[in-house]
Design a protein around this ligand. Structure first.
Ligand code: APR
Length: 240
């Protein structure tokens, strides 16, 4: 199957996972060097851990903030920004919490799993967006509760409004490009099927096959930046 020309499509969704940021230096979760191979998420990234030991959860969260703050968007993030600027309708649905799509300049982003730089007070219901910094003020000044990282931990529910907006974009797209996800975490992993069911051309960018590979008509088995550049080759303006 020949590579699709992005310009031939009217409604494109980029569905990204940790592999999208791997070439920026952000560790993935699984596979070689994966975060969950070194840290037990049950101690650092779930509500029970936060209730049991909020200080330990914040130490891990600030550790991750420090890692990501030293990373920059890669050419793949920037190519998606150019696609957004030059093509009629481009939407990013990301599982990533690193904020690199926004830092690259993307605007139409649905963050399924929240954002590393945002915190919320579950008692006051307020949210605060930090810059790419470590947070040292860990308690809400109004009620003195611990600030809760505004990310979706294991066993958490996703934000209904975000899921609905993401699902609408995916169900309405004519080109769906999955980049760097192992397709093993639900409900995010259930979303690509909506694109396939609605007749979109589905492309999987991942060096490795995944349990969702059967949904895709085209498999680009390589790193995100090189494979996105290959897709953009049909539209040289996207390569500038
Ligand atoms: N380019 C493209 N894909 C890559 C690259 C790369 N340079 N490097 C690795 N990958 C692929 C791996 O082959 C793997 O399939 O990226 C995928 C990363 O998988 P995970 O680490 O499982 O990340 P992800 O799929 O985003 O995880 C989903 O799990 O822990 C939760 O909430 C967390 O959002 C996360 C969710």
């Amino acid at each position: 199957m020949p590579d699709p020309r992005l310009r031939d499509y009217q409604r494109i969704v980029f569905f990204t996972g940790a592999g999208m940021s791997a070439e920026s230096g952000v560790p993935t979760y699984r596979g070689a060097g994966g975060i969950w191979k070194e840290y037990d998420y049950r101690r650092y990234a779930c509500q029970n851990a936060f209730v049991r030991d909020p200080a330990a959860v914040w130490e891990f969260h600030n550790f991750r903030r420090g890692l990501v703050a030293r990373c920059d968007p890669n050419p793949g993030h920037r190519l998606i920004v150019r696609a957004e600027q030059q093509l009629p309708q481009v939407t990013i649905v990301t599982q990533n919490i690193d904020g690199l799509h926004a830092r690259a300049g993307s605007r139409s982003i649905h963050e399924l799993h929240g954002n590393l730089w945002r915190v919320r007070c579950d008692r006051c219901g307020v949210k605060v967006q930090d810059g790419p910094v470590l947070r040292d003020e860990l308690r809400c000044p109004t009620c003195n509760s611990w600030w809760r990282p505004d990310i979706v931990w294991f066993e958490d529910y996703l934000d209904d409004a975000v899921v609905q907006a993401a699902t609408e974009a995916i169900m309405g797209c004519d080109l769906f490009i999955s980049i760097g996800t192992s397709a093993v975490v639900y409900p995010a992993a259930s979303l690509p099927a909506y694109a396939a069911d609605n007749g979109a051309l589905c492309v999987e960018i991942n060096p490795d096959p995944t349990p969702a590979s059967h949904l895709y008509s085209l498999h680009l088995r390589g790193p995100a930046t090189a494979m996105l550049a290959r897709l953009a080759a049909g539209d040289p303006a996207l390569l500038t």
